[in-house]
Ligand binder design. Structure first.
Ligand SMILES: Cc1ncc(COP(=O)(O)O)c(C=O)c1O
Length: 434
């Protein structure tokens, strides 16, 4: 498909502006200068600046010129405080909850308070967690098709922490990590922090022949943001490539619980080289900050847990352990699968006729836009209507960022969800992909 000239200029300028190379407040070329430089008509140059302004990247001042705007408050990678205004409908972040969870917490705290073992919760814990908790996690993973020994399980403070301790223990600054061209934002942030080079590929073998790839980061069961589930054949191919080139596999299973019948985890297919990371954030509650890592080699990761948190807070782990042992986690997972399924059905109904990408029981949805559409502009219009959405920017690992929205379906009450999605559809208007 041919991309109009003005849009290519917009994309190139947007990439430069986002790179932070030009300090905030820098005066940009006049419309006439831009037209001459790019070989475009003056009216096209004006249109380019209008697009950039609509994206929030520049600000035009009558009679003074066009200036670089402070995008710190717009960047999806900003450490997400600006996130979502409290009065906004949040279609950016998933913190799925089902009715009655606060009561579950109340009851568990009451029971814990009379359990007689409180004293021990006041002390430092082993870095990887106590054996009872690691055993409870190992049993839980057995129900996800991953048979592991408790000694291979490390309790961490959420999957993000699990990814961080894995990367810190196993990778070095400058290491090349193969990723998808759209990947989980938190891994991008982590790679940026640790100086890892993320290289997008759809042909891992080919990449390994060209570059010294050290690891591959992947979400085989429920890819965020696309919702795909890797087939058994593709998993086996990935494992074979990883073995051939001596790669570490980092398997992120944060959303895996949403898919009931899926091929075995990569950690089951290649236990000798796979670090499996997951958590109870999406299945139980994000605020608990309890996750787990299964690793072929535990001590290096244990050392990084010691260096970062020492141990995951004992009180949270004690709660989670009860819920793992008494079946609460299994029940919540089943409930949330149904909930996600119902929300996904609403979304598919609202976006009927559009080529959405998602899984039928996923808590998110990927909405490609027409080639000429500007996802930032749609996101900005929605923000003015107090609806917060993500664009592809946060997930992209290549310079060519697709125009798309990613909608999180799990955090908004159902009636509000339908209303908000209907607004998204109407704001998209002609920018929907046809
Ligand atoms: C794919 C993926 N991995 C990891 C995480 C981090 O999860 P946690 O809240 O357990 O740190 C998320 C959170 O959204 C995620 O989507």
């Amino acid at each position: 498909m041919r991309i109009p000239r003005y849009k290519r200029v917009v994309d190139a300028l947007a990439a430069e502006l986002r790179s932070g190379r030009w300090p905030v407040g820098t005066r940009l070329p006049t419309h006439r200068e831009l037209a001459a430089r790019e070989g475009i008509a003056l009216v096209t140059a004006t249109r380019v600046y209008a697009e950039l302004e609509a994206m929030g990247l520049v600000t035009g001042e009558q009679g003074r010129g066009t200036f670089v705007r402070d995008t710190a408050l717009l960047s999806g990678q900003g450490i997400d405080e600006q996130l979502v205004a409290t009065d906004a409908v949040d279609l950016r972040f998933n913190y799925p909850a089902v009715p009655g969870q606060a009561d579950l917490l109340r009851q568990a705290l009451r029971e814990l308070s009379t359990a007689g073992d409180l004293e021990s919760l006041l002390h430092y814990q082993p870095h990887a967690g106590r054996l009872e908790a690691r055993t409870a996690v190992a049993r839980h993973l057995g129900r996800r098709g991953l048979t592991v020994d408790a000694a291979q399980v490390l309790i961490v403070s959420g999957a993000q922490h699990g990814l961080a301790v894995t990367a810190m223990a196993m990778l070095r600054r400058g290491d090349v990590v193969a990723v998808d061209s759209l990947t989980y934002t938190g891994f991008k942030v982590l790679a940026g922090t640790l100086g890892l080079e993320l290289v997008a590929t759809s042909d891992l073998d080919e990449l390994c022949l060209r570059r010294p790839v050290r690891a591959v980061y992947t979400m085989p069961t429920l890819h965020n943001p696309l919702g795909t589930v890797m087939s058994l054949k593709a998993r086996k191919r990935l494992v074979a490539t990883a073995r051939r080139h001596g790669l570490l596999i980092i398997e992120d299973a944060a959303y895996a619980y949403l898919v009931e019948d899926c091929p075995p985890p990569l950690a089951a297919l290649a236990p000798e080289r796979t670090v499996y990371v997951s958590s109870l954030s999406k299945s139980v509650a994000t605020g608990l900050r309890v996750g787990f890592v299964v690793a072929p080699e535990v001590p290096p990761i244990e050392r990084v847990i010691r260096a970062t948190t020492w141990n995951t807070p004992a009180l949270n782990v004690a709660l989670v352990r009860r819920w793992l042992e008494d079946g609460t986690v299994d029940r919540l997972e089943a409930h949330k699968r149904t909930d996600a399924h119902m929300r996904q059905a609403i979304a598919r109904d609202v976006f009927a006729g559009l080529p959405v990408r998602s899984h039928p029981s996923s808590y998110f949805l990927w909405l490609p836009l027409a080639e000429n559409a500007r996802a930032d502009r749609i996101a900005a219009s929605l923000a003015r209507q107090r609806i917060s959405v993500s664009t592809a920017e946060q997930f992209a690992t290549t310079a060519l960022v697709p125009q798309a929205l990613r909608l999180a379906l799990g955090s908004v009450p159902v009636p509000e969800l339908r209303r908000a999605l209907t607004t998204v559809r109407s704001v998209m208007g002609d920018d929907a992909y046809h």
